[in-house]
Design a protein around this ligand. Structure first.
Ligand code: SAH
Length: 393
């Protein structure tokens, strides 16, 4: 077993069970891509069993902090069983569930979403890449699913020096799956959809939006960055008269139109708008348009803290426009899925947007991802999705 020695004083985060070691903290040792290594302190004390990533700044990701634990098939079986069992206890109101959420479930770099009978999986680190076949077999054995579609096409693979890979890993057939979420049905394409196919992390917030649209009597609803219209279906279910789904992806909008029909809503109540949200919001402002509810769910603008400043300006701008476009008493659901922007910072950004817009709002709720996208006490970096539900004063 190869040994990675940590620089004196740099072992603290591993001792606190944080799973990452950066290149700069390593005194000596090298291994192959994804190889299991023993990580130890400068004086030889065991710290962790880990996977080695020769090309990444995050050079080592811990599998286990227990010296007696072996990293083998049974280890992956245990971790998968534990993650799946906890999801069952979470009683997710959908047949679409995130079964494994990387570091939070003790398997750094592994993302597994279940869509009905199909698993859609991302292998995002050298460690899980090396154990891919074992993980695939154990996933099928534990879940009883029959098919795995691989979506290892996220850009973080490049940082690991791994190629982009997509396609059936186990089983085959149609890549389009009918997802039931709350009382809605949606069609998810695990091959063509974003990420693993769909944004499961917004499930709870869609249900909340439906409730709020009903409670506050919102009639005209603007869903910005709508993707396939999850929040639009929620708004219609909540009694909205008219909903606009705005996105720059034509295939996503085509699905949104399909979803309105699939859930039994009249086509006239929904408008699919293929546009740049930034330009459209400005145009609406110029024309004096107003809405009763607006959703802002932009893509990740700040993947890391280094992008935070530029992203902050972009978030502030769309939130300023969003607040100005609300009728008095109108509802704004505003999100950031940027790991580089903390919940506190996001709150400050939106507060700044309110100042610029000369609009005040009640903070009804702070929002986050569903509990099947967990963070843990030892891995705060796992917290990426944050949002605010605001009611214009
Ligand atoms: N709210 C969605 C997820 C949004 S993901 C849901 O609940 O499922 C972000 C979306 O923003 C993507 O669909 C992407 O196509 C779209 N997008 C990115 N930049 C955009 C822009 N400038 N204008 C309009 N849409 C954009």
């Amino acid at each position: 077993m190869k040994v990675i020695q940590i620089r004196e004083g740099k072992e603290r985060s591993l001792l606190r069970r944080h799973p990452w070691v950066f290149q700069g903290s390593i005194a000596s040792g090298k291994a192959d891509l994804g190889e299991t290594v023993r990580v130890q302190s400068h004086d030889g004390q065991f710290l962790a069993w880990a996977a080695y990533s020769p090309n990444s700044q995050i050079r080592v990701r811990a599998w286990s902090f227990d010296e007696g634990e072996r990293i083998d098939r049974a280890f992956f079986r245990r971790r998968i069983e534990q993650a799946v069992a906890v999801r069952a206890r979470m009683a997710v109101p959908s047949n679409g569930v995130r079964l494994l959420h990387g570091e939070a479930d003790g398997l750094p770099g592994l993302v597994v979403d279940r869509y009905d009978d199909t698993l859609s999986v991302q292998f995002l680190s050298s460690g899980v890449e090396r154990w891919k076949d074992v993980i695939a077999d154990e996933l099928l054995a534990v879940t009883g699913c029959t098919r795995i579609f691989e979506r290892s096409d996220a850009s973080v693979r490049q940082l690991e020096g791994l190629p982009s890979v997509t396609g059936w890993l186990r089983g085959d057939g149609s890549t389009v799956i009918t997802l039931q979420e709350h009382r809605w049905h949606l069609r998810v394409d695990v091959a063509e959809g974003h990420k693993t196919g769909y944004y499961l992390d917004q499930r709870d917030n869609r249900a909340l939006f439906a409730d709020m649209v009903r409670q506050y009597g919102c009639k005209q609803v603007l869903n910005c960055f709508s993707y396939t219209g999850g929040f639009s279906v929620a708004a219609l279910a909540g009694g909205a008269q008219e909903v606009w789904s705005v996105d720059s992806s034509a295939p996503a909008l085509a699905r949104a139109v399909e979803h309105v029909a699939l859930n039994g809503f009249e086509a006239e109540r929904h408008h699919a708008v293929d546009a740049d949200v930034n330009a459209l919001l400005r145009q609406h402002l110029k024309e004096g348009r107003r809405f009763d509810a607006i959703v802002l769910d932009p893509p990740k603008l700040a993947p890391t803290a280094a992008h935070a400043e530029r992203a902050a300006r972009a978030y502030k701008d769309i939130n300023r426009l969003g607040l100005m476009l609300l009728n008095e008493g109108g509802l704004l659901l505003s999100f950031s899925c940027s790991g580089g922007i903390s919940a506190d910072l996001f709150h400050k950004i939106v507060a700044g947007a309110g100042m610029d817009a000369k609009v005040d709002a009640y903070l009804l709720r702070r929002l986050e991802a569903g509990s099947d996208h967990p963070t843990t006490l030892t891995f705060p970096e796992g917290e990426y999705l944050k949002g605010l539900a605001l009611l214009r004063r």
